[in-house]
Design a protein around this ligand. Structure first.
Ligand code: ATP
Ligand code: MG
Length: 310
């Protein structure tokens, strides 16, 4: 029997729940600290599936933690929301041990911040919605690109292609960098978000390249702290927020969709079944386990460590 996926996270009222996103549940530890719990839920085309991917929350958490350490080392001036991957003492002692075992690999404590309402996407390669826009308009987020690019091609330089951060149930919308700057409002903050996003992408892409993975694109989020500084928040450089391709087969697959270690497998299945964007979808066990295998492979290649499910 396949392991069960954790789609509901219930702390039995031990900490107040602040919010539930498509994948994460946020609880208040104190006024400045959140418990950031990643469930096994999976969304595609902005819709959450009925069942989850076993161990996905633990994999994404471990991957984000790896990157927080890695980025901190490579970019010492970077501020991040990450505090610890330990649970608050109070939960360790008050919750049932089976619930603690379930929470521990899925949780981090983070600084509670005001999140800037922009998805800060960086693309080194052209794929997904950027490829669709380019095919139609020869541009990506309104930025004109040279003619003749093929799907999956490397861009001359990484491109900042922000999107809106839509309310629940709505779709994020790609916007021009100018519009993103206007939405952010403060020029200094906007410039800093763009600069940091490109710096983070470049550092992570070079790590990925070393282990045979192409980081085609990634989505970052930022918050602001009490000092007014821009802080990296949310998950970072996971298979949910990034496109990871196999470097060895990239060239032979130029001009079509690349084999990838991310949600693409699930997206392709949804499209093949005519289920794109539909609600109440139950993922068959085979598709769930294939998706899990890809997430696990990405984790193991990128971090160089074995993933042990607890
Ligand atoms: P969204 O489009 O809002 O990201 P989502 O469905 O992807 O929705 P989840 O990833 O499930 O959301 O939940 C994480 C939520 O927590 C996001 O809304 C994110 O902006 C927010 N968040 C991330 N880091 C912090 C932080 N340090 N302080 C407060 N909120 C945060
Ligand atoms: Mg999210």
């Amino acid at each position: 029997m396949a392991p069960t996926a954790v789609v509901e996270v219930d702390l039995k009222g031990q900490l107040p729940k602040i919010a539930s996103g498509k994948v994460r549940d946020l609880f208040a530890v104190d006024e400045n600290t959140l418990l950031f719990v990643t469930s096994d839920r999976i969304s595609a085309y902005d819709v959450v599936m009925k069942n989850g991917i076993p161990h996905k929350g633990a994999l994404l958490t471990a991957m984000s933690v790896f990157w927080f350490h890695y980025l901190q080392d490579k970019i010492p001036t970077l501020k991040t929301h990450f505090l610890t991957d330990a649970l608050p003492e109070s939960l360790e002692t008050s919750l049932d041990p089976s619930l603690v075992a379930l929470l521990r690999p899925r949780s981090v404590q983070v600084r509670r911040l005001h999140v800037v309402p922009i998805e800060s996407i960086v693309r080194g390669y052209i794929a997904g919605s950027a490829w669709s826009e380019y095919k139609k308009l020869g541009a990506v987020n309104g930025i004109a690109l040279q003619a003749g690019l093929v799907e999956g091609q490397k861009l001359d330089a990484p491109l900042w292609t922000p999107s809106t951060k839509a309310e629940a149930g709505m779709k994020d919308e790609n916007i021009s960098p100018e519009r993103a700057r206007a939405l952010i409002g403060d020029g200094r903050i906007a410039r800093e978000i763009e600069r940091l996003s490109l710096e983070i992408y470049t550092a992570a892409a070079s790590r990925a390249e070393e282990v045979g993975i192409i980081l085609a694109d990634t989505k970052l989020e930022f918050g602001l702290d009490e000092a007014g500084d821009v802080v990296l928040v949310d998950e970072v450089l996971t298979s949910d927020s990034s496109r990871f391709w196999l470097k060895a087969t990239w060239e032979e697959n130029l001009g079509r969709a690349q084999p990838s270690f991310d949600k693409q497998y699930l997206r392709d299945w949804l499209v093949s079944q005519g289920l794109k964007g539909k609600g109440n979808v139950v993922i068959p066990e085979e598709v769930a386990s294939q998706t899990a295998a890809r997430y696990r492979e990405a984790y193991q290649m990128l971090t160089g460590g074995e993933f042990r499910s607890k």
